[in-house]
Design a binder for this molecule. Structure first.
Ligand SMILES: Nc1ncnc2c1ncn2[C@@H]1O[C@H](COP(=O)(O)OP(=O)(O)OP(=O)(O)O)[C@@H](O)[C@H]1O
Ligand SMILES: [Mg+2]
Length: 300
């Protein structure tokens, strides 16, 4: 709900309507994009390379001004918010951490945002320690930024965003370039920030296998246009639509599609994760009398 002095101050919803953005050389970035993200929602922007994910994240974050259409936070046009107010509420993680990290050392960089908020030394330090712990980067305290690996820089960039305690986060490919453990940690961190702290999240990705683990909804872009927007399970069942957009089904779903198509094996629900696949296979085997529940395989 908004407050009368600052309409929309407490509402972490985000929307854009009829947004059109062309780059100065005439390249179409976004063509009539509509998007509504409710407060507390975790929305993925899924698209192949060059389809407009970064452009949309930058437009939503006020870094690029669309030629037409509007972007609102809590129902208020972002053009009516000062930069200070906007970035107090909205955190943006860039695709490339080098575009975001300006400090010489890790602590200097992560403390920069909270200091600009005018917080005292104790609170700034508390936020830096907390943010670094969240991204599993406590051991990097004091290190020069330019010595860090790409994955480490990505975590520090995210720590810088977290230290601002935003109510909305825009994340451009947060898992890209991370190792498998880092990828899973990022997924559970984003999920935790969303579920426990209610942070509204919009993140760009083409990591289709990770999405069923945590996205509420998915918006698919193709050449700057929204071609599909819906619940994760529904969107990830659209094999043809994903193919046309230069994407694919999650590998688990592809396997089950092939078993249905070539082997005539019918499944009640198309599994999207390893856990779902395990349960489907178990129920099929139990149903066919191949195994006894809780027991091992029947042998001839
Ligand atoms: N500064 C620019 N000037 C001209 N065209 C640009 C500029 N930045 C991006 N584009 C073009 O805008 C389109 C969308 O680019 P964008 O970076 O938003 O895609 P993306 O979906 O984020 O791709 P990726 O998955 O590779 O990060 C592309 O055709 C790209 O070439
Ligand atoms: Mg991009």
């Amino acid at each position: 709900m908004g407050d009368p002095v600052n309409p929309g101050r407490n509402d972490a919803s985000l929307a854009c309507r009829s947004v059109r953005f062309n780059y100065p050389d005439g390249t179409i970035g976004l063509a009539d994009v509509d998007l509504e993200v409710s407060a507390g929602e975790l929305m993925a922007l899924l698209a192949s390379n060059g389809s407009g994910k970064t452009t949309l994240i930058k437009v939503l974050g006020g870094l690029l001004k669309p030629q037409s259409g509007s972007v609102t936070i809590g129902g208020m046009d972002i053009n009516r918010l000062s930069n200070g107010l906007l970035y107090r509420r909205l955190g943006l993680l860039m695709q490339n951490p080098k575009d975001q990290l300006f400090g010489v050392t890790v602590d200097e960089d992560v403390s920069c945002g909270p200091r600009n908020l005018g917080l005292g030394d104790v609170e700034v330090e508390r936020r830096v320690v907390e943010a670094l712990a969240s991204v599993e980067g406590s051991h990097l305290l004091g290190r020069p930024i330019h010595h860090l690996s790409f994955g480490e820089q990505k975590r520090i960039a995210l720590a810088g965003v977290l230290a601002m305690k935003p109510s909305i986060m825009l994340l451009d490919e947060p898992t890209a370039g991370l190792d498998p453990a880092g990828e899973m940690h990022m997924v559970s961190l984003l999920q935790q920030l969303n579920r426990e702290m209610g942070i509204t999240m919009v993140f760009a990705t083409h990591a289709v296998d990770l999405l069923p683990l945590f996205a509420d909804r998915i918006c698919v872009l193709e050449r700057g246009r929204v071609v599909e927007c819906g619940l994760t399970r529904e969107v990830l069942n659209g094999k043809d639509m994903l193919g046309r957009a230069g994407l694919r089904l999650p590998y688990i779903a592809s396997l089950f599609h092939e078993m249905k198509q070539y082997d005539g094996i019918y499944f009640d629900r198309m599994p999207l994760t390893v856990g779902e696949a395990r349960r489907e296979i178990l129920s099929l085997l139990v149903g066919n009398g191949c195994i006894h529940y809780g027991g091992g395989m029947d042998h001839e």
